[in-house]
Design a binder for this molecule. Structure first.
Ligand code: C2E
Length: 827
């Protein structure tokens, strides 16, 4: 029976106090160790039962004699026995207290425990140092006071544990088979776990206490009785309101069974958390042995990433997931991980299928099963690397053709130039532009245009050497940086090869597409020592190649740059000219050949330049067309011509040139409507001269514009006929009022008979189509007469008059002079 421990037996304890008090009295103020003869001999009375005297001999402490109770406690007679020969429980406690008493010369206390019959016996020791007249050896008196209560060890343990401990006795049926167990004893832990009082459990049936699991548990425990072996198993115990995972340990003693049930929810929780952190971690985690480099653990994510099943994985070493070329370095790092390690850059790893992935690893050295190991967390950055590479590629390449873009091209030119400075290799830049690309885009659509650019890129790339780079700078602009073979002859050959390659027709979506290539070439260092200058000069040479008729190439020359600069100056100047009102109109008369009567005047633009004098249109109209300045200038011309014509004495027609570039402006029709409305000029007095290039480009839109203009009542004439393509289909596509034959035919009239034949044919054509036919550039009377006989209805040329200010002609001399009119305008 368990009894809670209490203090010593009070009577016996008081003996120790009395003895100590007596010892102190005998020791006196000088604390001399009292004599045995004075303190003990004949003085102990009944206390002698619990006292013993020991002497300190050379071999150790030895009992001289001891009372019965002491001997009973020690478990043998002790007279003249060395302490070392006695049982441990007494020996250690007595020796320790005796040594202390001897060393300090004062009383010492000690406690000795002994386990007897499953109970703990505790004895309080009091040891008093003594001297003796009969011996020089130090002596001690030992008083042993056994405590009154003993402690049941088993009971203490049973009470202290949280586990459920149950003693069971088998209940057997008539056939001797166990059908249940009777609970013989159950501790508090069992009562707590099963939610019942100990009393209600005692002598109850196990099957009732753990009812839902009864058949299962009973049969398993019956098995233990049969086999006599201990068993241990885990089950989920359904208790009121919850399921508790428990571990059951059972051992049989005859027909009795001891059952220990441990609540393992905490371990399960810990296990679940571990699983969450390790096994279910979405990041691949593995542990390897530092010595063998073999995998010791791999989680599911690692198996998924590398494509191995767990067993195969555990048969590999960390080197098996690395490419051959990285294994030596990998082995070195794997063995030297100390503390923690974070990779600063991804490593190449191998998957089971042999594919390579990029992995960033974070590692920490640990101990596992007594050996040094490393736990590694890997982050698969393959996709991220790919995306980064793609973004980097996109930043430097053209999305359509995948050729390097302007940025990368410039970098490569820079790089080639710095090599040029170091190694003296050659560097040349070729700027390329496709001829007629815009027409392809406009007529066949952008998808065809895109395919064309892709095919062009392929042809260009196929015709350069590997060291050279082909880039797409924008739209139909390509460029090549050539290295090494940069002598003019080699570049000549390259340019010819490229022009020829693009001369071959392209086959796109069933269309045969023909384009051409113009190239400008600049060679370093003569044409530029830095990338920007070199590219700019190749571009100037390209501009020149195009100006000289496409499908060709030009090397850069310093004079080209000067010409370009002059052009830029002209452009700036022209803008100012418009603002300062330096543009003026001259007029040239037109005459019919039937009655030799003036029919109208062509307005021709002049630039009254403050320093250059009168600048002819050929010098500035192309610049105005390229820069778009032609739109405001053209509007001004129409408005001025209409205003002038309104002021003429006679209602002659006024002819005005329209540039193809003006047709790009959506406001063309509106600007003419406004000019007519504002100047009140009848529409039929205005004649607009266009060239066939208007019909060549943007056909649909331009035709619609022409119809809209014609709808207003203005006359439309086809200028410069006989130059360019002069397709007769143009005459069919729009009902022109007049065909103006180019002056080159008139000039060659006396020399080439075919010119006369062509003029006659055009005159006939005009007649049958109901269109007037006019010859330009008529300078001589012979020419006039000849043209008259060839059937032309009108003429224009120096023979009548060169273009001059309106007030030079009496027929159209304004009622006020041009100077007066300008002054009025300014006001
Ligand atoms: N050799 C010779 N030449 C003659 C003779 N008769 C007339 N010309 C010249 O021939 C050109 C006729 O104009 P165009 O063919 O429309 O050719 C014009 C026209 O295309 C353009 N242009 C002139 N004014 C304007 C304008 O206001 N707007 C636009 N868009 N273009 C204009 O500039 C071109 C040149 O104009 P100009 O220098 O004034 O040159 C004028 C005129 O001076 C002749 O008997 N012999």
């Amino acid at each position: 029976m368990f009894v809670s421990p209490r203090r010593s037996n009070p009577t016996i304890a008081s003996e120790a106090i009395a003895l100590t008090r007596r010892w102190r009295a005998a020791a006196g103020p000088r604390r001399e160790v009292p004599l045995y003869e004075d303190l003990v001999l004949g003085e102990l009375g009944p206390m002698a039962e619990r006292c013993g005297v020991l002497a300190r001999k050379a071999e150790g402490w030895a009992f001289m004699f001891a009372g019965e109770r002491i001997e009973a406690w020690i478990g043998r007679t002790v007279r003249s026995t060395l302490l070392d020969e006695l049982p441990t429980h007494a020996r250690r406690a007595i020796a320790e207290a005796a040594d202390r008493a001897l060393a300090t010369g004062t009383p010492a206390a000690g406690v000795a425990n002994r386990i007897l019959d499953g109970s703990v016996l505790t004895v309080d020791l009091t040891v008093l140092p003594l001297a003796s007249r009969w011996s020089s050896e130090p002596w001690v008196l030992v008083h042993a006071a056994p405590r009154r209560e003993t402690i049941s060890l088993v009971e203490a343990i049973v009470r202290a544990t949280d586990d459920a401990l149950i003693g069971l006795s088998a209940l057997r049926g008539a056939d001797g088979a166990v059908f249940d167990f009777q609970i013989v004893t159950a501790n508090e832990g069992a009562a707590r776990l099963l939610g019942r009082s100990r009393e209600s459990l005692a002598f109850g049936r196990l099957g009732e206490a753990v009812e839902p699991l009864a058949p299962d548990i009973v049969s398993r425990l019956a098995g233990v009785l049969e086999s006599g072996e201990r068993i241990s198993f885990e089950i989920d115990l359904p208790l009121t309101g919850r399921i508790v995972p428990v571990r059951v340990n059972a051992a049989a003693f005859g027909d009795l069974l001891s059952l220990g049930i441990t609540d393992i929810s905490v371990f399960r929780d810990r296990e679940a958390r571990f699983r969450l952190l390790y096994e279910d971690n979405p990041a691949p985690v593995w542990v390897y042995d530092v010595e063998t480099l073999r995998f010791l653990e791999v989680n599911r994510a690692a198996c998924d990433l590398y494509g191995y099943d767990r067993d195969t994985f555990l048969g590999l070493t960390v080197l098996d997931i690395r490419p051959q070329s990285e294994r030596a370095r990998a082995a070195e790092i794997a063995r030297t991980v100390c503390g923690s390690y974070a990779a600063s850059e991804p490593f190449r790893h191998l998957r089971a299928d042999g594919s390579e992935i990029a992995v960033l690893s974070y590692a920490r050295s640990i101990e596992m099963g007594g050996s040094r190991a490393v736990v590694v967390l890997g982050v698969d950055v393959t996709e991220r690397e790919r995306a980064e590479a793609k973004i980097a590629h996109m930043a430097l390449h053209d999305a359509l053709t995948d050729l390097p873009n302007r940025v990368l091209f410039r970098e490569r030119v820079d790089e080639a130039l710095s090599r040029l400075r170091r190694a003296g290799d050659g560097v040349a830049v070729l700027c390329l532009d496709l001829d007629h690309f815009k027409a392809v885009n406009d007529t066949l659509g952008h998808p065809v245009g895109d395919k064309l650019l892709t095919q062009v890129a392929a042809r260009l790339t196929a015709n350069v050497r590997e060291a050279d780079m082909v880039a797409r700078l924008s739209g139909d602009e390509f460029a090549i940086v050539a290295r090494d073979a940069c002598a003019p002859q080699a570049l000549d050959a390259l340019a010819q090869r490229l022009v020829a390659a693009l001369d071959e027709p392209f086959e796109i979506d069933g269309h045969q597409v023909v384009i051409g290539l113009s190239i400008g070439i600049a060679i370093a260092p003569a044409d530029g020592a830095d990338a920007d200058t070199l590219i700019k000069n190749a571009d100037i040479a390209l501009y020149r190649a195009k100006a000289e008729g496409r499908r060709g190439y030009r090397f850069f020359e310093a004079s080209m740059d000067a010409r370009l600069q002059a052009r830029r100056l002209l452009e700036l100047d022209l803008r100012e000219a418009v603002r300062r009102g330096e543009l003026v109109l001259h007029y040239q008369p037109q005459m019919d050949t039937e009655h030799d009567r003036i029919t109208g005047f062509e307005a021709l633009l002049r630039w009254q330049h403050p320093t250059r004098g009168l600048v002819p249109p050929a010098d500035f109209i192309p610049v105005a067309e390229e820069t778009g300045l032609i739109v405001p200038i053209g509007e001004w011309v129409v408005r001025r011509a209409c205003a002038d014509a309104t002021a003429w004495r006679e209602p002659y027609r006024v002819a005005v040139n329209l540039s193809p570039a003006q047709f790009k402006s959506k406001a063309l029709v509106a600007s003419i409507v406004h000019a007519l409305a504002d100047t009140r000029l009848p529409a039929q007095r205005l004649e607009l001269e266009i060239t066939e290039s208007v019909l060549l480009a943007e056909t649909e839109g331009n035709l619609a514009t022409l119809h809209a203009l014609k709808q207003l009542g203005v006359k439309i004439s086809l200028d410069d006929f006989g130059t360019g393509y002069s397709s007769l289909s143009y005459l069919r596509s729009f009902p022109f009022d007049k065909i103006k034959i180019d002056r080159s035919f008139v000039r060659e009239l006396s020399e080439r008979e075919d010119s006369a034949a062509i003029i006659r044919a055009i005159a006939g054509l005009g007649q049958s189509l109901g269109m007037a036919t006019m010859a330009e550039g008529v300078e001589t009377r012979e020419q006039l007469e000849r043209l008259r006989t060839l059937g032309l209805t009108e003429v224009q040329g120096y023979l009548l008059s060169p273009p001059r200010p309106a007030d030079a002609f009496p027929e159209i001399a304004p009622r006020i002079t041009s100077a007066e009119r300008d002054a009025a305008d300014a006001a």
